[in-house]
Design a protein around this ligand. Structure first.
Ligand code: GCB
Length: 592
């Protein structure tokens, strides 16, 4: 599947705006045919946005079940004879879509795109009704998992991850026109040897019998640097400008479907020439050791929730630059493709994560020991979950494989990983990731409950990613003891001979709370906590990265450990710096 694009042969029409919207607490909508006419009893909803906070109504915020979105759209009259596609960048966590009365597509998984060829159901120049039934329930067979508990007061969604279960249409919806004979997919991979770069490409086409593939590679000035033909091939780039952290140089590969000089379809794929390699305890980009500095982030903003917003995205990247970060992890789900495009262009390195978070019933919202279920069992996380998880990995790789910013796949965050069940569950999933993308390392993020010597899943990873909270969840307030315990554990991990990225360490901090004798929750403690961690990291050579939890405060489910959400941000939820931001700027940029 390709991203919607405007090219010489393609057009796209964005369907964002105000849609009709309603809850369907009794799940009546399908049986009552709500797609077959104007949505009965509907209110308004913004797209893109999470619906939860927009309505200013606790019943909507905490709602579990089906919700319906609807709008009409006119198919441009100039699209006659074209193939018309309806494309959703995401629908959280699953959706079924109708065009007028026709059911056209269903999709499981809340953070990857899906689309349907709707040519036969539309007439260019006329309006169609587009209806989506979106469902936000988490089950043991969804990624992420959860369960709906029936209480005397009604259904309550329970889950084991520490961010609010925002849902809805979080990203853009498009109508797209392509030629009937069209390019279906493009895959690129790159190498370089000295100043010579190579770009390997492979093109999938549909209904293109008798047509040829032609490719032209251009540099950022638009000058042609290489051309080739055939469904796959390798282009050579003399005097290549590499994509690197801090300098996101992008070539443009124009792929054309042609017969002689007639162009039937054209698609432009950006290409960053770079290599990624794990060698011993080093993580190499372009053959040079790379040290990750940055954050675990969230897609999380006031009111809009997980709805993509370009202003906030650009602002966040400016703050990353200001503070001297060179990377982030898309904790804990695939982010908007706009974010990855932007990271490509700005040379920010990305650890790309699936939505497999909370596969750990020993944890709940950051609270250890919230047991009650067994993680891996026929009734909980089981073979069906594994199939959904495998599909989530495939869809993530299919979507993001061409982004130079993505250097590492994270197939899960903090699953239970110290049991036989965990080993059986994860072994095949690493194979799935490697089969989908042989060019990038693969890992998963280890939790403190499965320390060195106990974890049975880290053996499968190319890289060790560790989340640790010494001085916060353990040795709370006692940084001296925390430092000793943390160094001891880290030195044990270093004996595995793999690069270690600390993908989370952080302390909840209430912006504005100060003390000359630092203790948990005040701004000075956050700095002292980070300084302690950095002393430990700097003394262990296998540590190749530090990503603080979190870039900004974010919304979570309600709980006695969370005051208006998780407060481990270096910035507040509205992106004001806490004192730690200036300390980090000093460490990472040498500027205060
Ligand atoms: C973790 C999780 C993250 C939580 C964080 C915390 O280990 O990966 O999702 O938000 O801890 O603050 O408890």
């Amino acid at each position: 599947m390709l991203r919607p694009q405007d090219t010489a042969t393609r057009e796209k029409k964005r369907l964002d705006g105000i849609w009709s919207f309603r809850l369907d607490a009794e799940s009546r909508g399908r049986a009552d045919g709500w797609f077959s006419g104007p949505l009965p009893g509907a209110g308004d909803m913004a797209v893109p946005a999470s619906f939860n906070d927009v309505a200013a109504d606790a019943a909507v915020r905490d709602y579990v079940g089906d919700v319906w979105y609807q709008r009409t759209a006119r198919v441009p009259r100039g699209w006659a004879g074209q193939r018309v596609v309806l494309h959703f960048e995401s629908a959280t966590h699953r959706a079924t879509v109708w065009v007028d009365d026709h059911e056209v597509v269903s999709h499981e998984g809340g953070y990857t795109p899906f689309e349907a060829d709707i040519t036969e159901f539309v007439t260019p120049g006329e309006e169609v009704r587009i209806t989506a039934c979106v469902n936000n329930a988490l089950t043991f067979q969804s990624i992420p998992p959860g369960t709906t508990e029936q209480t005397p007061a009604g259904p309550v969604q329970r889950y084991w991850h520490d961010f609010f279960n925002y849902a809805g249409l979080h990203r853009s919806v498009w109508l797209v026109a392509t030629p009937q004979a069209h390019i279906e997919d493009v895959t690129v991979s790159t190498h370089h040897d000295g100043s010579t770069g190579t770009v390997h490409y492979a093109v999938d086409t549909l209904d293109a019998d008798g047509l040829d593939v032609r490719v032209v590679l251009r540099d950022e000035d638009g000058a042609e640097v290489a051309r080739g033909g055939g469904a796959s091939g390798t282009l050579t780039v003399a005097d290549v400008t590499l994509w690197r952290a801090g300098r996101g140089y992008l070539y443009a590969l124009e792929v054309q479907l042609v017969r002689d000089d007639e162009v039937f379809d054209s698609y432009v794929q950006t290409v960053g020439v770079r290599t990624v390699e794990v060698r011993g305890t080093e993580f190499l980009i372009n053959g040079e050791p790379f040290h990750f500095r940055g954050f675990g982030k969230h897609e999380d903003i006031p009111v809009t929730g997980k709805g993509h917003d370009n202003a906030w995205m650009v602002h966040d990247f400016r703050l990353l630059d200001w503070i001297g970060a060179n990377s982030f992890r898309t904790s804990h789900y695939p982010y908007s493709e706009d974010v990855l495009d932007y990271a490509d262009r700005h040379g920010i390195v990305v650890i790309d994560e699936t939505a497999a978070v909370g596969l750990n019933m020993g944890l709940g919202g950051g609270i250890f020991g919230a047991q009650g279920y067994q993680t891996y069992s026929p009734e909980t996380i089981n073979d069906d979950t594994q199939r959904v998880h495998a599909q989530a990995i495939r869809e993530l790789v299919a979507r993001d494989k061409n982004h130079p910013c993505v250097v590492l796949w994270s197939i899960a965050n903090e699953p239970e990983s110290d049991t036989e069940g965990a080993e059986e569950y994860f072994r095949p999933l690493f194979d799935v990731a490697r089969a989908a993308d042989p060019t990038r390392p693969v890992g998963f993020v280890n939790v403190m409950l499965a320390p060195h010597g106990k974890c049975r899943v880290s053996q499968f990873g190319d890289v060790l990613m560790l989340n640790r909270y010494y001085g916060w969840y353990v040795n709370t307030g006692d940084l001296a003891s925390a430092e000793i315990a943390w160094r001891e554990e880290l030195e044990a991990w270093a004996t595995d001979g793999k690069p270690i990225i600390i993908t989370e360490y952080g302390a909840d901090t209430l912006s504005g709370l100060h003390s000359i004798t630092p203790q948990p929750w005040d701004e000075e403690y956050q700095i002292a906590y980070l300084q302690m961690n950095h002393r430990v990291f700097d003394s262990v050579p296998a540590v190749v990265g530090e990503q603080i939890w979190n870039f900004a405060d974010f919304k979570t489910t309600a709980g006695i450990m969370r005051v208006d959400g998780n407060k481990k941000g270096v910035f507040t939820r509205d992106r004001k710096p806490k004192s730690a931001a200036f300390y980090l700027r000093q460490r990472w940029r040498g500027e205060s």
